[in-house]
Design a protein around this ligand. Sequence first.
Ligand SMILES: Cc1ncc(COP(=O)(O)O)c(C=O)c1O
Length: 358
Amino acid sequence: MTFERKNIQKMQGYAPGEQPSTANIIKLNTNENPYPPSPQVLTALKSIDVTALRRYPSPMADSFREAASRLHNISAEQIIPTNGGDELLRLVLTTYVEQLDTIAVCKPSYSLYPVLAEIQGCQLKEIPLLDDWSMPEDFLTQLNKSAAKLLILVNPNAPTGALLRVDYLAEIAENFSGLLLIDEAYVDFIDPELNYDSISLINSHDNILILRTLSKAYSLAGLRFGYGIGAKSLIEPMMFKTRDSYNTDYIAQSLATAALDSFEYAQENCKRIRQSREQMRTDLRELGLNSPASQSNFILCQVPESIGAEKLYQQLKQRNILVRYFDQDRLRDKLRISIGTDAENAALVAAVKELGNL
Ligand SMILES: Cc1ncc(COP(=O)(O)O)c(C=O)c1O
């Protein structure tokens, strides 16, 4: 006897990357930021008035919305604060996708999407990326044939690190009758010379929603704070109908606001991470582990057959170095490695070198 809905009975659930409780681990498996949050976040934490916790928080996270509206130069009505980016994904499905509707995603991409589709009882159309992880030329044809109501694109892609151009995103939105959700969890790690700026798309396209998170660039994965950006007509139904009345808490709102207000600090860390990313790619390439260019805070390395990706993952784990292995088609010969501090990256490279020589 079970009370679960049939599709919940059948499904597996999301398998998050390991979160070990011991401290002496080099943790390069869940794309966290190796640097601490900004000093302004610490000040905000220290100045939390515990008696304020008696009361409910601002229902719409007003100060945060204002900070985000200043940062992106858009109106507060175009922003919805959420309990991590993951809550926004869930809200988009609850609000915009019916049971049995189709959701389209690329393959590979963020492994939570298929899980959310299963929870909602939706069909999933996975459109395979090409071997170099670029989009197939007939992407739009495949998308429209699927009659998807929602397309989710991670940009830069996870786990590949590949970036789609803004004009390509606009072209998709213009030739697709559904909603396009651009998951920009890793947007702050894009090389600034590329001038990537998708925010302006929301003023010209009322079927584009953008996901942002404070988990990566702002070093606040433990806080659980993200937000959505889109036309007022897309934000309002989620803001006033489908989200929990107090979906972000008082402490999180205060710290998240301080984080956005110290945006330059996060930018500096992202710059260091970009430099380390290139160093890590070079060092691993010299050991025979190639990875395509990444615009993110991780790289996807091809592991030579003589070493074996799963074996290398296990051996690194034995040495207290965690990276991500995906037991999935086209990924079983690869490892996704998050960029850590230079010391952590050097320890990883040294361990790979030693293990490769065994
Ligand atoms: C592609 C992608 N989107 C969204 C998220 C959600 O992040 P969070 O819920 O921590 O804001 C993640 C987290 O790893 C991610 O990799």
